[in-house]
Design a protein around this ligand. Sequence first.
Ligand code: RIB
Length: 300
Amino acid sequence: MQRRILNFGSMNIDHVYTVEHFVRPGETISSLEMEVFPGGKGLNQSVALAKAGAEVYHAGKIGKDGNFLLQLLKSVKVDVSFVETINGYTGKAIIQVEAESGQNSILLYNGANWQMTELFIDQVLSSFSGEEILVLQNEINLVDYLIEKAAQKGMQIALNPSPVRDDLKNCNLNCITWLILNEIEGEALTGEKEPECIADTLLARYPQMKIVLTLGSQGVLYCDSEKNFRYGVYKTQIVDTTAAGDTFAGYFLACTARGMTPEEAVAEASKASAIAISRSGAAVSIPTREEVLNSNLELA
Ligand code: RIB
């Protein structure tokens, strides 16, 4: 059985500058290239979920300048009935991608992503039964309210606490089933640096959680009350790491929604994100499930 997914999340217009090095304080540099892509952790994860074969509903807000984001979501068969277009600007991201390493640094403008209201959230949630999985990141306002209301409906919730901000303290993490995060987010939430210590600390605090800790070139650590395993990375050529985490989260949750084991879900998600980082851009770099299943990538 495949469970439906509601992703309540951000949508951004990404301005991506390829640079020799990240611009330093007081410095002015020229970029090697500039491209505009659809992005936002919410949108990227909806695209990954849909490309991985999930039935996805995206809820969120854009300005009139964001119509092409809607077109992209529709083109991969994401239901956009719960996306509202408001007066004002769509969220934006200025992304520097370092040419040699493919690493990125991201500056956000919240725009429409910060215009969620309790009324809007209540209206969207009233269209769902509670059987669905709710997917959240931390790029919209009222994430704490969303968690509270979705949990009251009995929805299982997956949270990617990215970017980590102080307001996460207002969120009731006891209601989270899947926490998908990287080491930086793990350290911010626990004060621990070592992956095993991050996972142990989170599990001690929130025993119901299934923790998926992505470790960049060190792979992934999965941990819940019954299982604990590591998974490596696939060999790939790194072009642009933007949306690697979003691709992983979307694929992991789509696999989980169709009943695959955590081991199977982590393996497929790792392969999908290895393909994504071999391409430029965020949402547009996410592979289809066919590409993932037919790829002959090898573990490093
Ligand atoms: O995770 C990558 C995303 O972060 C980019 O698409 C950018 O919009 C920011 O939200």
